[in-house]
Write a protein that binds this ligand. Structure first.
Ligand code: 0RA
Length: 639
């Protein structure tokens, strides 16, 4: 960032705008952080870290350190400017206190510099403060160290000078309030994943994540000089790729920073992640569509020029050009507008022309300088267009068939009586015997069961025409009612909960992964709109006299045995769903009152993408290694 822009973004106490107090936050936490479950809990950390990242984007912070402490409190340390501490002119208290106690105060709405403040985050550190049992802040600024402590958002230790310092920065430690959150246990992987992503998006920044809860401290450092190029390499880790190094473009134009990295794989899938001000724009937007438009134009122009496309041939289509493409589009703008159902579509119209212009000139130059690479891309797109034509014919065939079959859903489906999709659940069950128990055990008013025989086709490796020829996939598509790919329509979805129910073993994980791959590739909105769930059947049943306990994790056994007297207990280990009778299945896995199910979260799409390509891709060695490493910890295969 230029010096001029740095100056433009100089904040002081005066610019902090105060909007309102925060009593409401503790009453209705979900309004501010989405939920009081795991997602909301981790959101607290991201909220604080986002502020540090803002400092980095403004050019003042190079390093962020996050630690999960023994008591489940979290410490975030950065070397930014430090939150201002002087008296706020209107509020008559220190700016630090304003930032920590007033909603939306923090200079974020001052309109200077690229800010994370988006539709999802940017509620402010004050919300973290309000939802913490306690929070301590230490600011290093102007040669001094300052300290404050809050409890449930109330100031208990007013601003103190605690010493001298030659550095600057902010250190915040907070402990989530267990009165607010269902469970205050942080998950290392959830934090790791998003912090890694942030490190990719802000090249050079050093993000350290430390877990101090175990005897041996776990620590990982995320720092990528290659930025989003490293991100593309990470996504393509186990794939065959070209060109050998991702293509990289970076330009700042009219207060808009544009950065794109891309690389092709020999496979068929399109993996495009776009971001605006470090927020993943799941629903795309002007930056992403500009990227697609520019790519389509460039590849068509070059295909003509290089003679790959003859005069009498039609233009290549966007989807052909993007087959096998992995790309990251990262823009940073002053005033991002987020739109759409999940507020993850960038709406700023000025971005369209800027991104398109940058790509046409920069990527155009690169392709001209490297005609052999350009030719390879053009030829791959041409090949894709030929196959698309073949697949279209195959699809028309299935569509016609479906039209005939629509009146009778597949015979193995045990449908529910309710016709109200919002009330209905579909259990997709591994194997006929478990399917039988589920059919008997369910509440047929709102629960439908579709048993799947054996493993469904590996959709990562197969093309559309083959996928559609597969019996299990076809019945799944018919039962869900939505269609797939471009024909997908959420309005026709017949169940608002699709619950994948597989055994708690490696085979079960595999089937679950296959199903998720299929949803992820061909019915993505099902996942992003939160309709897909994973059932968690118990591993163990402990009986003592008349009492029954179901355990979902091996690790819980010891705790339970310490609690109850070991004498006279019997332990049953479930090898599969098939071993449960209908009543047990109802109690543990079907009954909404007592079952454990997880919503599948597309925030994990990046992890999913990697796990999927490891498990399903062409290279055998990483798959073997992955399965060996995770065979004992089946939960890790959850996506
Ligand atoms: C308000 C104004 C300024 C910085 C910050 C807040 C700030 C907040 C956090 C939260 C974690 N780390 C942070 N670092 C900075 C601008 C400061 C200035 O003008 O000097």
């Amino acid at each position: 960032m230029s010096q001029q822009e740095k100056n433009m973004g100089v904040y002081d106490e005066h610019q902090i705008q105060v909007l309102e107090g925060f009593e409401a936050v503790r009453k209705r936490p979900s309004m501010y952080i989405g939920s009081t479950g795991t997602r909301g809990l981790h959101h607290l950390v991201f909220e604080v870290v986002d502020n540090s990242i803002d400092e980095a984007m403004a050019g003042y912070c190079t390093s962020i350190h996050i630690s999960i402490n023994k008591d489940n409190s979290v410490t975030v340390i950065d070397d930014g400017r430090g939150i201002p501490v002087k008296e706020h002119p209107q509020q008559k208290k220190s700016a630090l206190e304003v930032v920590l106690t007033m909603l939306h105060a923090g200079g974020k709405f001052g309109g200077h510099g690229y800010k994370v403040a988006g539709g999802l985050h940017g509620v402010g550190v004050s919300v973290v403060n309000a939802l913490s049992e306690w929070l301590e802040v230490e600011v290093s600024r102007d040669g001094e160290k300052y300290y404050q402590r809050y409890e449930q958002g109330n100031l208990v230790t007013p601003l103190q000078v605690t010493g001298k310092t030659s550095r600057s920065g902010t250190r915040i430690t907070f402990k989530p309030d267990s009165l607010i959150f269902e469970d205050i246990t942080f998950e290392y992987q959830v934090l790791a994943q998003r912090l890694r992503e942030q490190a990719f998006l802000n090249k050079g920044i050093k993000i350290t994540l430390q877990d101090r809860r175990a005897k041996e401290i776990e620590e990982q450092i995320y720092q990528y000089e290659g930025g989003i190029c490293s991100f593309v390499e990470y996504l393509n880790k186990n794939k065959e790729t070209f060109p050998p190094e991702p293509i990289y473009i970076e330009k700042e134009k009219e207060n808009c920073y544009v950065e794109v990295a891309l690389q092709y794989c020999t496979g068929f899938n399109e993996t495009i992640f776009s971001y605006a001000n470090n927020i993943r724009t799941q629903e795309g937007g002007t930056h992403e569509s500009a990227f697609k438009v520019a790519m389509t134009r460039l590849i068509n122009d070059h295909s003509r020029r290089l003679g790959v496309l003859k005069e009498n041939q039609d233009n290549l289509q966007g989807e052909d050009i993007r087959e096998g493409l992995t790309a990251i589009i990262n823009v940073k703008i002053l005033d991002p507008q987020f739109e759409g159902q999940t507020k993850t579509r960038l709406g700023n119209s000025e971005v369209r022309g800027i991104v398109e212009g940058v790509l046409l000139s920069e990527l155009g130059d690169l392709m001209e300088q490297n005609p052999s690479m350009a030719k390879k891309i053009c030829e791959k797109a041409l090949q894709a267009s030929r196959v698309r034509e073949a697949a279209r014919k195959a699809r028309e065939l299935t569509r016609r068939k479906n039209a005939l079959e629509i009146s009778h859903l597949p015979g193995k489906l045990a449908d529910c009586t309710s016709k109200d999709a919002s009330q209905s659940e579909l259990f997709v069950v591994e194997g006929d015997s478990a399917g039988g128990s589920a059919k008997q055990g369910r509440d047929r008013h709102f629960q439908a069961v579709l048993p799947l025989r054996g493993k469904i086709l590996n959709v990562e490796k197969a093309r559309l025409d083959k996928i559609l020829a597969n019996e299990e996939i076809r019945s799944l598509i018919t039962v869900l009612g939505t269609g797939i790919g471009d024909d997908f329509s959420i309005a026709n979805l017949r169940y608002h909960r699709i619950i994948i129910m597989t055994d708690a073993d490696v085979d079960g994980s595999h089937i679950r992964t296959l199903l998720l791959t299929f949803f992820f590739r061909y019915m993505e909105p099902l996942i992003s709109l939160g309709y897909v769930y994973i059932a968690q059947p118990p591993l163990l049943k402990i009986t003592k006299k008349k009492k029954t306990y179901y355990l979902y994790r091996e690790a819980e056994l010891e705790g339970l045995m310490d609690e109850i007297d070991r004498k006279g207990t019997s332990i049953q280990r479930y090898k599969g769903l098939g071993e449960m009778n209908p009543e047990q299945l109802w109690e543990t896995t079907l009954n909404p009152e007592s079952r454990a199910i997880f919503k599948v979260d597309l925030q994990d799409a990046i992890t999913a993408n990697n796990i999927l390509s490891i498990l399903m891709g062409e290279k055998v060695e990483p798959r073997r290694r992955y399965i060996e490493e995770h065979a004992r910890d089946v939960r890790n295969l959850d996506i």
